[in-house]
Design a protein around this ligand. Sequence first.
Ligand SMILES: [Zn+2]
Ligand SMILES: [Zn+2]
Length: 137
Amino acid sequence: MYKITSADIQQHGLKATPQRLLMLKHIKKNKHISIEKLFKAVSAEFPSISLATVYKNIDALLSTGLIREVSIVGGKHVFEVAKGNHIHFVCTNCGNIVDILQPEKLVSDKVMKRLPGKAEAIELNIYGICDSCRHAD
Ligand SMILES: [Zn+2]
Ligand SMILES: [Zn+2]
C-alpha cells in the first residue's frame, strides 16, 4: 500500500499538520478505526491533542477524500484510508472488519440489471462470525 505524505494532504488544500499526519498514520495502520481508538492512539504520541481537535481534523480529512467513513450497524463508525471500491465483512463477535475487494464481481448480474440507473459505487457490509471466533469454542 502506498505511503501517505504531506504532499497528499497539501494537494487537497489542507495544511499537513503533525496531528493530521499522525491521524492518517494510525488510520492506515489499523485499517478500520473508531474515533475513540484513534484519539487514544494519537494521544499516546501527541498528549496535548484534544478529542475536539481529532473530530475537527477527521472532518477536514474526510473532505479531502483521503479517508472515508464506514457505518457499522450496531457498532461505531470507523474510518479507513480511501482506496478502491470494496465491501466489508464485519464479525459481530470480535468486531473485526475485513475488506472484500472488487465487489462488482460479487454482486450478481441479476441485481445489477434491476438497478434503476448505472452503479458507480457499492457500499455493503456483510455481518457474521469470523473464522477465528467460530473456531474459538
Ligand atoms: Zn470474530
Ligand atoms: Zn475497508
